[in-house]
Write a protein that binds this ligand. Structure first.
Ligand SMILES: [Zn+2]
Length: 411
């Protein structure tokens, strides 16, 4: 209780100092707003001039193109800004932060539990203020993720809605039997995990065997499915991408060395692809000191960024391949999520496709397609506005001027 109170107080102080406006009062069932913007992108590829969005009790009540009068509503005038659904980032590590020694946190950080929680709450705050209203936390958060997820949901701290895998099924599970792996999946579900994350090939095993056998992969992804959960697979090599796809896993993360054959196979099987183009690599390059990277590892990250951009270009040209937006934001990248959208467009995706992948298409992948990611009546009021029109110039996504999540205004 004391810890939660302290976190809430400090985050509130941070919000007051850093933001143009502190978090608003708790939204009640009948809190109403009329939000007007010169342009609205609905998240499904549609663009409307002069939109009026009526929000009540955390939900979008209606969308109009001429002025509306709602007697009890507060009017939010966004002028020439563009209104769009909050961004959904399918791959984030809010548990990664810079510790008291200025290094990426680890077992040796020596941070107190309070420091660790505050750092994570700070990451969530930065992410929300950058216009990201939903994230999937896919490893590194541990059971703290559950408390953070619930604290955000209760409105105790500002942050994006969180879906979490709690941990990653990886090296420590490599020697386990198929049955034991199934039990591990069920245990994660019992602890409150929303999704399952597993490592099918590590960086050091780029071109070698996938880390798990086909039987193990089928056990993990099959059990996840049986439990009503999605499975997200860290797979770098072509072979691991293929194995995870054939094992029926839901989504492939990274996949830099997937050839056209694997991309076509994924499209055929309905396997979702979550590639990263730049943010995670550039962040390592920009913050080499915090990560103890050497000159040779920096050269490697530059090479990885080039390979990732090339793979992304092939992925968007693969017919029927579903591509979701996930940044792999780690320590010092939280709040810079929009950079990945800018890079995706530089790598050949149209701005509107990039926006749709991060809104309605992302919501559908998360199983929340009827709740978030679209501006339409009945959807949660997860709304952001940016200075400029990102469907013409994606760099406008860097200039977030308004953030509302579940009908509560944070920026
Ligand atoms: Zn990751």
């Amino acid at each position: 209780m004391r810890l939660a109170l302290l976190v809430t107080m400090i985050v509130a102080i941070l919000a007051g100092v850093a933001g143009t406006s502190a978090p608003r009062a708790q939204v009640t069932a009948d809190s109403a707003f009329v939000i007007h913007a010169a342009t609205m992108l609905d998240g499904r590829g549609g663009s409307t001039r002069n939109a009026y969005v009526v929000v009540r009790g955390g939900r979008i009540e209606r969308v109009a193109t001429s002025p509306v009068s709602v007697p009890d509503a507060r009017v939010i005038e966004l002028g020439s800004a563009t209104l769009l659904p909050g961004i959904i980032d399918a791959h984030v590590h809010p548990g990664w932060y810079v510790d008291r020694n200025g290094k990426r946190n680890s077992q040796d950080s020596g941070d107190s539990p309070v420091q660790a929680v505050l750092a994570r709450a700070g990451n969530l705050y930065a992410t929300l203020m950058a216009g990201v209203t939903t994230i999937q936390s896919v490893g590194g958060g541990g059971l703290q993720d559950i408390d953070l997820r619930d604290a955000v949901a209760r409105g105790w701290i500002p942050g994006p809605r969180i879906l979490t895998s709690i941990t990653q099924i990886g090296r420590a599970h490599m020697s386990m039997s198929a049955d034991s792996l199934r039990i591990s999946v069920r245990e994660l579900k019992a602890h409150g995990a929303d999704i399952i994350k597993l490592i099918a090939s590590s960086e050091s095993a780029l071109l070698s065997e996938a880390s798990f056998s086909d039987e193990q992969l089928s056990a993990i992804c099959g059990e996840a499915k049986a439990q009503g959960m999605r499975s997200l697979v860290h797979a770098i090599s072509a072979q691991s991408v293929r194995a995870a796809t054939l094992a029926g896993c839901t989504q492939i993360e990274h996949g830099r060395f997937a050839t056209d054959a694997e991309l076509r196979l994924m499209a055929e099987r309905g396997t979702i692809f979550d590639p990263q183009v730049c943010l995670v690599f550039q962040n390592y390059i920009d913050n080499a000191g915090a990560y103890n990277f050497t000159d040779s590892s920096l050269a490697d990250y530059k090479a990885r960024m080039a390979a990732a951009s090339e793979a992304f270009g092939r992925a968007i040209r693969t017919p029927g391949l579903k591509i979701v937006f996930g940044t792999d934001a780690v320590a010092l990248a939280h709040g810079r999520n929009a950079e990945e959208l800018v890079c995706r467009v530089k790598s050949g995706q149209s701005p509107m496709e990039a926006i749709v992948s991060a809104t309605s298409a992302g919501a559908a992948v998360l199983g929340l397609g009827d709740k978030i990611g679209t501006i339409a009546a009945g959807y949660d009021a997860d709304l952001i506005a940016v200075d400029g029109d990102p469907s013409r110039d994606i760099a406008a996504m860097r200039r977030v001027v308004f953030v509302m999540r579940s009908g509560r205004q944070y920026r």
